[in-house]
Design a protein around this ligand. Structure first.
Ligand code: ADP
Length: 503
């Protein structure tokens, strides 16, 4: 039976967000337009399941229009031809506008997604602006090379924009995903067609309008709202798209890669799922470890590809850790994400909500000990109690599959070699956390763990300069930092004979 209920019932009247919905159409060639079919779809408030707004539903016809606009902007327009410093300044002005409109953007994000307003306004909007400034700084620092050749040849290597980038983003961090995709693509001089997630179309349309206000030429960024198998697949298959970047589930990533291969072999970067380990060694301060492990899994309602969702705890501190994790989860404040002090809002939609509850049942059925939560919170919307399982075994579904919800799975271990082996025994390799006071343990674990990020005594640190991406089935390539620039640049060798013997 479920243990004690979570803190807040989440049944209060929803707080009215302080923002009006300005943009619901597709953004193609600098104009907001209806879908070619005239169709719309509802985007829902996860607090209630009520419709926030109806949004134009793009499909393959709209992707064709958007790609045509991006092609023109790239092949004939000023964007790739203007000085890099001018592109830098557009991105800097965009960052200023983001800050000027920070409150509306944050409210929109919380309304459409359900994440807390404190998170939207305290982290995500500032990180969007920061990421844009970071890539603005790169725009005029993309250098080529001169290669010494064996013969009398002058060999230059030019880094040119790749062309039209198709970008598909998920619903869990709509603004950050916008930043990580659009920032490097534009800094390098590309044109973009962005397909947002059907659950969260609103904030990207709003910030894209600010980017035009900042001076972005028409057609350089096109935003198409719509569904994956229609709009998303059309973008992946399009012959006029030169590069694809995708963030989402591993299964969809496989489809994306296949569509790219079958059409024009466009290169693809993928940022996919995870089942990241968070390892607590026996020398750890247990209170601090509990807090960090809690944050690692429950942050953003557990809807993080890099969630530390397998909490491995050394046997010597295990019982104390489980007891304190239970207390911490039961203290977690669930409720209206617009309310001050709330730590956890609703899950994104009914599908995810039901899927998470199925995993919770599977945890109980497979014999894990349910120590906290285990049910929905309140009686409407998509709220779930912070849930903790102890005594989990590696082969249980809750310890193997990505739950993408507020469910912590605690596993016991007794030695470093054992925990390395078990932590790595997964198809995923996105991130890992290590909590220890021992420099040796930190060094050993951070080298042995097969993951794109290892956070030692911290978690979820996402500065714009830090590369992010997965080993194994967690992805292909890296986003952020200098590494993301490579995704958006072609490499051209220019070879000229040197005629004058005097060189
Ligand atoms: P989730 O299960 O978290 O919604 P998805 O991988 O399905 O993750 O979604 C991430 C993004 O991929 C969304 O923008 C979605 O619309 C898009 N998508 C889903 N299916 C496809 C597909 N077949 N082709 C291209 N994009 C897709």
């Amino acid at each position: 039976a479920p243990a004690a209920a979570a803190a807040a019932p989440a049944t209060d009247e929803p707080i009215q967000p302080a923002v009006e919905i300005k943009y619901t159409q597709l953004l193609i060639n600098g104009n907001f337009v209806d879908a070619a079919s005239g169709k719309t779809f509802p985007t829902l408030d996860p607090r209630t399941g009520d419709v926030i707004a109806r949004v134009a539903e793009g499909d393959s016809e709209d992707i064709n229009r958007a790609v045509a606009a991006a092609r023109r902007a790239f092949d004939e327009g000023p964007w790739p031809r203007m000085t890099a410093y001018e592109r830098c300044r557009v991105l800097l002005r965009f960052a200023d506008l983001i800050e000027r409109h920070a409150e509306e953007i944050a409210a929109l994000e919380t309304w459409d997604n359900g994440k807390t307003l404190a998170q939207s306004s305290g982290a995500e909007v500032p990180m969007l602006a920061r990421c844009m400034r970071y890539y603005a700084g790169w725009a005029d620092k993309i250098h080529g090379l001169v290669v010494p050749a064996d013969g009398a040849h002058h060999v230059q290597v030019l880094h040119e924009p790749v062309g039209v980038a198709g970008q598909i983003i998920p619903w869990n961090f709509p603004l950050l995903m916008f930043a990580w995709k659009v920032g490097p693509a534009l800094a390098c001089g590309n044109a973009v067609v962005l397909k947002t997630a059907e659950q969260t179309p609103l904030s990207a349309l709003y910030v894209a309008s600010l980017l035009h206000e900042a001076g972005l030429p028409d057609g350089v960024l096109n935003v198409v709202s719509g569904f994956g198998p229609t709009a998303g697949a059309a973008l992946c298959s399009h012959m006029g798209v030169d590069k694809l970047a995708f963030t989402g589930s591993t299964g969809t990533g496989q489809i994306v890669l296949e569509l790219a291969a079958r059409s024009n072999l466009k290169p693809v970067t993928l940022e996919l799922g995870g089942k990241s380990p968070f390892i607590v060694m026996d020398d750890a301060d247990v209170d601090q470890a509990v807090e960090l492990a809690h944050h690692a899994v429950f942050f953003n309602q557990g809807q993080c590809c890099c969630a530390g969702s397998r909490t491995f705890v050394h046997e010597r501190v295990y019982d104390e850790f489980v007891e304190k994790s239970k207390a911490r989860a039961q203290k977690r404040v669930v409720g209206d994400p617009f309310r001050n002090g709330v730590e956890q809002g609703p899950q994104i939609d009914e599908e995810q909500f039901k899927k998470i509850l199925r995993y919770v049942r599977s945890g109980v059925d497979s014999g894990a000990t349910l120590v906290a939560g285990g049910d929905r919170a309140g009686n409407r919307g998509f709220y779930i109690q912070p849930t903790v399982f102890a005594d989990a075994k590696d082969e249980m579904k809750i310890a193997k599959e990505e739950i993408f919800g507020p469910v912590q799975t605690i596993l016991k271990f007794s030695g470093v070699e054992e925990v390395i082996r078990r932590a790595n025994a997964t198809q995923y390799g996105l991130a890992a956390g290590v909590f220890t006071r021992s420099l040796d343990a930190a060094n050993t674990l951070s080298r042995a763990l097969r993951a794109g990020t290892v956070w030692v005594n911290c978690y979820d640190v996402f500065d714009a300069g830090i590369p992010f991406g997965g080993y194994k089935m967690s992805g292909v390539g890296r986003e952020k930092g200098i590494y993301a620039l490579r995704n958006y640049l072609q490499t051209k060798a220019v070879v000229t004979p040197i005629r004058d013997a005097a060189w």
